[in-house]
Write a protein that binds this ligand. Structure first.
Ligand SMILES: [Fe+2]
Ligand SMILES: [Fe+2]
Length: 151
């Protein structure tokens, strides 16, 4: 059985995924320099996966007789993922990605918990599938972070 908590989490996650697509795309375009290439390629790959996450969440909302939101409910949250003023500041983007992935991991853990409680194994399965991708993204960017040690 579904609950308001589940549909709220699905709706919020859907919006977050689309904001992530926008910011990863922008940063994949704007970054410059020799250190940027691998990060840009990785962002390009992740964009497709984040878009797929949004699709899975939207389809689950539809199955629950709800609609995924349009852009009028959009509220921007990813302040640390705005394109850096210095386009060679790859480290700023890496930190922003790690923050976004941590937020996503937290959201999907909450969704798993809410779905388990509500005995909604289909939503739980969607959340587990997406959570695995987000943890893989985090691992990838933790690897990039090691190349750019903090002062
Ligand atoms: Fe995602
Ligand atoms: Fe991700």
């Amino acid at each position: 059985m579904t609950t308001d908590e589940i549909t709220d989490l699905l709706t919020g996650a859907y919006i977050d995924e689309l904001e992530t697509v926008m910011n990863y795309q922008t940063n994949a375009i704007v970054l410059d320099g020799i250190h940027a290439e691998e990060v840009k390629t990785s962002l390009e790959e992740d964009i497709q996966e984040e878009l797929d996450h949004a699709r899975m969440l939207g389809e689950r909302l539809k199955q629950l007789d709800e609609s995924p939101p349009g852009s009028e409910s959009f509220e921007a949250n990813q302040h640390s993922l705005q394109p850096p003023e210095d386009t060679t500041d790859v480290q700023a983007v890496i930190e922003g990605v790690l923050e976004a992935e941590e937020d996503a991991i937290e959201t999907y853990r909450s969704l798993i918990e809410a779905a388990t409680e509500a005995n909604d194994p289909v939503t739980e399965d969607v959340a587990v599938t997406i959570l695995a991708d987000e943890e893989a993204h985090r691992t990838e960017f933790r690897g990039f972070q090691k190349e750019f040690p903090m002062d």
